[in-house]
Write a new protein. Structure first.
Length: 387
């Protein structure tokens, strides 16, 4: 078998890269460890920057997004029992679009199926070789071993994938920060009791009120890292969420069963560089942000867009300039998103027992809520720095 580009991973990064390259006449094979149903059902991010929407439009997969996505011109910060709006649009000229990662994935899967481009789901033991020379990828599927020769490999296989681990350890540097709490998330069908997202900080911990549509909410609370979903009943979740969000929301939450309940750990992680010979890492394979700034999916999209430009130029004019610059171009944007996500995580979560830090946290939020300049800086980052 042969393909110009082998893409490892059919998450949003891999599927989007395949779609962009396919439209530029470049053939790709996507290898995915999980089943199509599993990939489609995973509940993850929910907020798209305008730059992400623009790339999805460029990829020809934004019709449903434009029809169903909710445009939000502001976001709220819950602090000391009150809610304060940050007017994103007024401050930056841009808003954000609320449209779930599940829907983005579905649109991309549908587009790939319509294009007749191949994805091998349930590909086992994906192995990368000769990444510095003539790259080759082997995998097991349907009880057989397959081998694919290619020009390039795109490692879009997430934090736990095989691509980053295929790089010699002395060629890669990892920077990491772990947090000793996670996010417990619930998806449920009721009309949001809030018009815009609320990021709330309280002594009991962080809570986020989000949504997926006019009839579906997605809410999160900070929880101990050791907790498992079984430690929480739905009633306990909503009671705690209500305490942290405050106002009159708690009393109005309807008793409807959750569609999904899961815990995600929080981590900041960057691997440098993003290129090793013919292997390019993109998305969560190269970096993780804690979810507090809603940057994970958006960052995967900007990496992929830069990689698409590099590969397109290479095949169109044999220019490798953009491929040479790929890693540095991505890393500049990655570190800025890491900074903002780390900052939001630091300011909005409870870190028990840190007296001085607790006062700093309080002061940071007070300053944000009182200073137009601070709000502008916040808004500029939240809506997304330019691609
Ligand atoms: P992924 O979506 O992880 O896709 C990688 C794909 O590669 C997967 O389909 C995986 O099965 C496949 N794969 C892995 N290993 C192999 C292998 N060896 N061979 C073949 N295929 C392989 N971001 C936010 O902004 N907000 C959120 O609320 C939020 N919640 C999240 C919750 C969880 C539990 C996680 C894990 C992430 C969350 N994120 C969130 C981050 C966001 O979802 C990611 O940044 C985004 O999914 C990155 O896309 P990706 O395609 O790079 O990686
Ligand atoms: C959602 C997740 C986030 O991490 C975030 O910052 C905003 C919204 C969500 O899942 O809706």
């Amino acid at each position: 078998m042969r393909s110009q580009v082998v893409i490892v991973g059919a998450g949003p990064a891999g599927l989007l890269l395949g779609q962009l390259l396919g439209r530029a006449g470049i053939d790709t094979l996507i290898l995915e460890r999980r089943s199509a149903a599993y990939v489609k059902e995973r509940i993850r991010a929910g907020v798209l920057e305008q730059g992400t929407v623009d790339v999805l439009e460029h990829a020809g997969v934004a019709q449903r997004l434009h029809a169903d996505g909710l445009i939000h011109d502001g976001v709220e910060i819950g602090f000391q029992g009150a809610r304060h709006r940050i007017a994103l649009k007024e401050l930056t000229g841009k808003g954000v679009t609320v449209y779930g990662q599940t829907e983005v994935t579905r649109d991309l899967m549908d587009a790939r199926a319509s294009a007749g481009a191949p994805v091998v789901y349930e590909a086992e033991d994906v192995t990368l070789s000769d990444i510095g020379g003539s790259p080759r990828v082997t995998f097991r599927h349907g009880g057989k071993t397959h081998e694919v020769d290619c020009d390039f490999i795109a490692g879009c296989d997430g934090y736990h994938g095989v691509s980053r681990k295929s790089v010699p350890p002395d060629a890669i540097t990892a920077f990491e920060r772990q947090y000793d709490f996670g996010w417990l998330g619930v998806l449920a069908d009721f009309a949001p009791l809030w018009d815009e997202l609320i990021y709330a900080t309280s002594e009991r911990g962080f809570a986020l009120a989000s949504m997926r549509s006019e009839t579906r909410v997605r809410c999160y609370i900070q929880c101990p890292l050791e907790d498992s979903v079984d430690d929480w009943s739905e009633a306990e979740f909503w009671a705690e969420f209500g305490e942290r969000i405050g106002g009159d929301i708690a009393a109005r939450i309807p008793q409807v069963p959750a569609l999904e309940m899961s815990i995600a750990p929080l981590r900041s992680f960057v691997a440098e560089p993003l290129r090793f010979g013919k292997l390019f890492l993109a998305g969560d394979a190269a970096h993780i942000v804690p979810p507090t700034g809603a940057k994970g999916l958006n960052l995967a999209v900007s990496d992929v867009f830069y990689l698409y430009e590099g590969l397109r130029d290479f095949y169109r004019s044999r220019s490798d300039l953009a491929l040479v610059e790929y890693s540095a171009r991505c890393l500049k944007r990655i570190w800025r998103a890491e900074r903002f996500s780390w900052w939001m995580t630091r300011q909005l979560h409870a870190f028990p027992g840190e007296g001085f830090d607790e006062r700093m946290q309080r002061t940071e939020i007070e300053y944000l809520l009182e200073s137009q300049a601070a709000q502008k800086a916040f808004a500029e980052n939240y809506v997304g720095l330019p691609l």
